[in-house]
Design a protein around this ligand. Sequence first.
Ligand code: BGC
Length: 768
Amino acid sequence: MIAASALDLRRQVALLSGSDSWNTEPLPEDGVPSCALSDGPHGLRFQADAGDHLGVSGSEASTCFPTAVTVASAWDEELAERIGRALAVEARALGVDVVLGPGLNIKRHPLCGRNFEYFSEDPLLSGRLAAAMVHGLQRHGVGACLKHFAVNNQESHRFVVDAVVDERTLRELYLAGFEHAVKESRPWTVMAAYNSVNGHPATQNRRLLTEILRGEWGFDGLVMSDWAATNDRVAAVAAGLDLEMPGSNGLFDRDVLKAVESGRLPAGLVQASAQRVLDLVERSGREKGPSADHDALARSAAAEGTVLLTNDGLLPLAPGRTVALIGAFAERPRYQGSGSSLVNPTRITTALDEFRRRGIAVTYAPGYDPADSHHDPALIAEAVAAASAADVAVVMAGLPPVYESEGFDRTDLGLPGQHDELIAAVCAANPRTVVALSNGAPVLMPWKDAPAAILECYLGGQASGAALVDVLYGDAEPGGRLAETFPASLDDVAAGPWFPGEPHQVEYREGLAVGYRHHTTAGIAPLFAFGHGLSYTTFAWSDVTGDRGSVTLTVTNTGTRAGADVVQVYLHDRTGVVARPRRSLAGYAKVRLAAGQSTTVTVAVPERAYAFYDVTAGDWRTPAGEFDLEIARSSTDVVATVTVTVSDGVTAAAEPAGTPLIAATDEQFRRRLGRPVPQPRPVRPFTRDSTLDEVAATRLGRLFKAALWRAAPIDEATRANPAELAMYEHSLAELPLRAAAIFSGGKLRWGTIDLLLRLFNGFGGRRG
Ligand code: BGC
């Protein structure tokens, strides 16, 4: 492959933007082919033609694996790697070189609309699972893309919001998973997020992209932008953003050329980025391979990620009982989320299909409308009648697609009222009721104690219906443990008052008080704890020993069936040196045992688990003193404790023990930030960064927004799909003008945008 140094500046610059939605720019005269990118993360969304980036136009059929939230619940790196490998096989069959995933943003708040696409609220678990998936892909010749780097923890205003977060929280919570995955699995690419971080767009954040990612972590791959996240292209190159995606028809090329010619941008930086594009192309050039059928893997993965939340012994179901199968998800399953990750599945097996295939007679009652679940007492009455007449009722409930999606956040934690009423009524009619939930993030369960068993199936991919029936009858074990906290109330989420923040600024004042870190510190009982999950068998833990580097114990399957257990080790810092959450995950191990089998399990505790990020030193430090390693079944169920003494640690920290984790007041937040709390960027005057909704405060802006809406690729199918339509509406409303220019495929040039801006700000800027 030609070296970037052998290309003239114009061709180097050309390499720095995609040629369309999914390919890098080829240079045929120099023998440089393009590299094909495709979403990700739980299946391929390969669009052979120009396509779109929000999943509204069709894509080639691919296996739809369980979404990240389901995979994470399996706590199983081997499984994540197997899925990665299967994705690589399918990618190579389609000629895809890089899969845009995994996504590993932290679930700061349970209402983030895209939580289904992320692993966990915990960075250790997220980082390990992401690394495993990257290994699965890259060991089989297909590149991965860690996304969205960084602090992209909400959908609201994602294109323009500035995440204001202190350095320690950034390092310990929001970067730690990326750090682990980068160092451990050496991903080919990383995707810079839409949002800003501490005043600088992630795409032009030199500190993140160059100093931390490359300098500190040794990342040697390519950084690409999220789709149309580019703002100031020159600043982006200077910051270390190599590739702008999608292609913007040369929108920014002149800026970059001029900046180099005038000496404002060092030519060496352009050359280095062009070289990284060439390196990616070089790494990619694989032969196409045969595809394979991965439905069975998707099916077993869905069961592995299913969490048995409660069970009075009804599950697994004894064969021969009559079943009332209730809930429209039984025939119209909710198995993935809307947005850029939407996969066109190779097939779908519904629960109803699987019951029928097994020859099990079920009475089916839909119970609700699967699209919007509006109030409908007649559907509940029909379901109650079916449940009363059967031995057992299985209610499939959850969140309809319009409740959670890329592009917008949820507004409350509840299920649709119709689902809550349905569950309560069915349980009252038949106490032998199993509730199986399909949702991408935590929900409230006001009826929690009524069913005999609750299964959290999450969004289980194309075979989720079959997997549910496998689990119900015990052909597969629900192997999951929650990778996130289910709060009992929205009030218990520490980030609540600052989520999703102002359109231009979100303040991470809760600091490290996220998920179970907050619940365990504040002593708040969750609805279901991080790490919780029952099994169809029972396990005994004994002979616990440990030292600074690991904990060892004997795990025995004391039941009569094979099963999987997850040993979790939490760190409790008792040194009194530094303010810390009461518990943080320090290690875990998943173990599978036959009935009666026993094994020795060693859980490694990395040195990093003890350390905190010392902002004064700009490095990680371990406090001196005593730590408890808590060996636990969940973040609230500690079985044994090993005490470790660190004598070679530090004895002072900027935030000593006793400092509240939540910086509620301006003064506390200012102190933690080490600078005044910034003011959000003003809405006026309008700039290229202004959103369509913002400029729509003017008459001309309204007309402009309406014209773009008319030009959007919204067909009848989208119009008839409330989730897709909602995603489009939100995305368009929040789209900044610069992104509209990028997406316009060359129709909107800067001259037009800047002229419009003058009008919006001047004559056309009159309110009304
Ligand atoms: C999403 C990315 C995705 C990209 C391309 C963006 O809107 O945030 O996750 O990879 O589109 O579809």
